[in-house]
Design a protein around this ligand. Structure first.
Ligand code: GZL
Length: 365
């Protein structure tokens, strides 16, 4: 199917740095931290401008200081940071996220302890307890789920260990249970994915949603943003199928195989992450479909998905930038020096479509 040639290029909006990011990142001498088993390479291939950019903070946005939080000032260079990763690193998003944290710790010469919950929430809780037991002075947590954090929050508070959450939100109180949240605006990602789907389908026909995993704000917010935008801008585009693919490629493929059996006339698929989108591509290929038979829009910004745009299988990708290292450590440094940091540090995300996929694939991860 000939793709429309007048697609808008959805650019990240101009950014204004937030409180926490206003302090320039300063390079420091690096010493390998004894617990950091990361490979010697830094995240290769990511163009410098692929670093996270911070959206302008809400005017009068809430801030946090070490006194308000009830912790002690410390020198980050002499501290131990514990990083709790949520999902197994079978997903480029998680691989890039962990690498970014490791790279920044190494760049700053900060001792880093890491743990990976392998996508099991109970393990993430015990991982964080372990990090505290091993002497972490500060915690960076990429939460798997939004709820169930009380035991960890209590344990960290008892040891006056500040927590910064990255990527997904936890249902707790900023500047009390955790210092700051650093992450994307997931509702906005859903809205922008809808814009790409409307462009690709001409705003008419039946579309399906491959939902992310349950129990986290990313899935609910990406779904809300997409549906709200469709309702607002393209009432003739009907969501006729929604099923979770658990953010996993294999499940995304299985669900899409069922989808094209039950809805042979489906015009578009909104996959709430690239892994499920790539699974959908595999299912379409397996069913003998051609590129463009079904419009696919995904979220993350991984290299394979952006290549899928170049190859004609994917119509658009909204970025969800996982390179949290610089902002997470900058926030820890600013906070532990006694300066105030924003409670919500929302990053800007880019986007890819046929107009920029080839030229900008170097920014993908
Ligand atoms: C989004 C992140 C999501 C990614 C998926 O910030 O939480 O989790 O979009 C990952 O790839 O599974």
């Amino acid at each position: 199917m000939q793709r429309s040639t007048h697609r808008r290029r959805l650019l990240a909006r101009p950014t204004v740095v937030s409180l926490a990011a206003a302090v320039a990142l300063t390079a420091t001498s690096c010493a390998k931290s004894e617990d950091d088993a990361s490979s010697a390479t830094t995240s290769s291939g990511a163009a410098a401008d692929a670093e996270q950019k911070v959206a302008s903070p809400e005017p009068g946005g809430k801030t946090c200081t070490i006194d308000a939080y009830g912790a002690e000032k410390l020198d980050l260079k002499n501290a131990t940071v514990g990083f709790s990763q949520s999902e197994k690193e079978a997903n480029q998003f998680r691989i890039a996220e962990t690498q970014s944290i490791r790279d920044e710790a190494r760049r700053r010469g900060v001792k880093l302890l890491t743990a990976n919950a392998q996508s099991q929430f109970s393990k993430q809780i015990s991982d964080v307890q372990d990090l505290l037991a091993k002497g972490a002075d500060l915690l960076v947590i990429a939460p798997l789920n939004s709820d169930g954090w009380d035991p960890v929050l209590k344990a960290a508070a008892a040891k006056k260990v500040p927590i910064v959450t990255i990527d997904r939100k936890i249902n707790a109180t900023a500047c009390k249970d955790y210092v700051s949240f650093i992450g994307s605006d997931f509702v906005e990602q859903g809205r922008r994915a809808a814009d790409q789907m409307i462009e690709a389908t001409g705003g008419k026909g039946e579309v399906a949603i491959l939902l992310g995993a349950a129990g986290n704000n990313v899935t609910t917010e990406r779904t809300k943003g997409f549906k709200d935008r469709i309702a607002e801008k393209a009432p003739d585009l009907k969501v006729v199928f929604e099923q979770t693919g658990d953010f996993a490629r294999e499940k995304g493929q299985q669900v899409t195989e069922q989808l094209i059996q039950s809805k042979p006339g489906i015009k578009g698929i909104y996959a709430e992450n690239d892994e499920m989108g790539l699974g959908a591509v595999a299912a379409l290929k397996g069913a003998g479909k051609k590129p463009g038979d079904v419009e696919i829009v995904t979220v993350d910004g991984t290299r394979n998905a952006v290549q899928g745009i170049v190859d004609g299988w994917i119509s658009g990708v909204i970025e969800s930038n996982p390179r949290f290292g610089p902002l997470a450590f900058q926030t820890l440094e600013t906070f532990t020096q006694g300066e105030e940091v924003a409670q919500d540090i929302v990053i800007e995300d880019g986007a890819y479509d046929e107009a920029n996929a080839q030229s900008d694939i170097g920014k993908a991860y």
